[in-house]
Design a protein around this ligand. Structure first.
Ligand code: URA
Length: 306
């Protein structure tokens, strides 16, 4: 980790712990392994401070992957994932690399060869240096229209979840495994209906999300729903089995939770108990995400469902 960033991380972690435990009469504190490691890194980070420049830029509001406004040379190979946090990009570098990936997606021969996906690329949006990356399965009709992920009803539900976490869309990075809306049949009579992506469609697209993760290097990845988890982790499972397991992608923890569409379906199925239970589960997962991201969590947030 860069010295300045490690210090900022360590101090933020410490502040979060103190804030969490203040006023509760707590005499001993329990640290997550990540928080412990972050604090352990502090002394070395102070030593390194004079040798390393700070490297993390502030969040931005404009989405990455808007090639019309940029003039970056296309490259054939996606960016490798194996970068140490010390080498974290500046925001401009990250945007440029994401733009390169966007251009590679446009030509994705493996995706085109399948013939099962529509033409329009729906890339990613949000902060190119976000601590939290949300990964969905594939865009739907509304996303295709606006060329932006999670802008339909599922996106509105995702924004509600983010709001409860104290975040806005622009604070996180939002993407999908598959970057094209899947066709039903030949797509001619599909209207605005959607379908989840198939394994071959996810396999053809995996290198792009992998490359995005390599650029953004979030502290935690959230896989939204079983399909996204299967595509990202390249293994089958139930949502429950994914939720109960520990997962990582290239060393970054992956937390699997219900897709926002599932919450919407539960809400519309007039079973308030079940809908509330699904929300509770997602919120439990989001608290884990916030911990992994080193965010401070208020008492109110901890107690939303108690
Ligand atoms: N569902 C997804 O998985 N992704 C989107 O972008 C929209 C809905």
């Amino acid at each position: 980790m860069g010295g300045g960033n490690s210090i900022a991380d360590g101090l933020l972690t410490l502040a979060g712990i103190l804030q969490r435990d203040s006023g509760r009469g707590v005499e001993t504190i329990t640290l997550s392994p990540e928080a412990e490691q972050t604090l352990r890194n502090l002394p070395a980070a102070f030593k390194n401070l004079s040798r390393r420049p700070p490297s993390i830029a502030s969040p931005v509001g404009t989405p990455p992957g808007l090639p019309e406004k940029r003039s970056v040379e296309p490259v054939a190979a996606p960016v490798p994932v194996h970068r140490h946090a010390e080498e974290r990009q500046t925001e401009a570098q990250a945007r440029e690399q994401l733009n390169t990936i966007f251009k590679a997606v446009k030509n994705c021969p493996e995706c085109r060869a399948l013939g099962t996906l529509f033409e329009t690329v729906v890339f990613a949006s949000g902060n190119p240096l976000a601590d939290i990356m949300f990964v969905g399965e594939a865009p739907g009709a509304e996303e295709e229209k606006l060329k932006k992920p999670f802008v339909g009803p599922a996106g509105q539900k995702l924004e509600q979840i983010l709001k409860a976490m104290g975040l806005k869309r622009e604070d996180v990075y939002i993407s999908n495994i598959v970057k094209f809306r899947p066709k039903k049949g030949d797509g001619r009579f599909q209207g605005s209906t959607n379908r989840p992506p198939q394994p071959d469609e996810m396999a053809a697209s995996l290198k792009y999300i992998q490359a995005e993760i390599g650029v953004v290097r979030p502290r935690v990845i959230v896989a939204l729903g079983r399909t996204a988890a299967e595509g990202l982790l390249e293994k089958g499972g139930t949502l429950a089995s994914f939720r109960n397991g520990d997962h990582e992608f290239e060393g970054i923890p992956v937390i699997v939770t219900y897709h926002p569409s599932y919450l919407l379906r539960q809400e519309s199925e007039s079973n308030p108990e079940q809908a509330m239970q699904a929300k509770r589960v997602v919120w439990e997962d989001m608290l884990k995400v916030m911990e992994r991201a080193g965010m401070s969590i208020s008492e109110k947030q901890r107690g939303y469902f108690s």
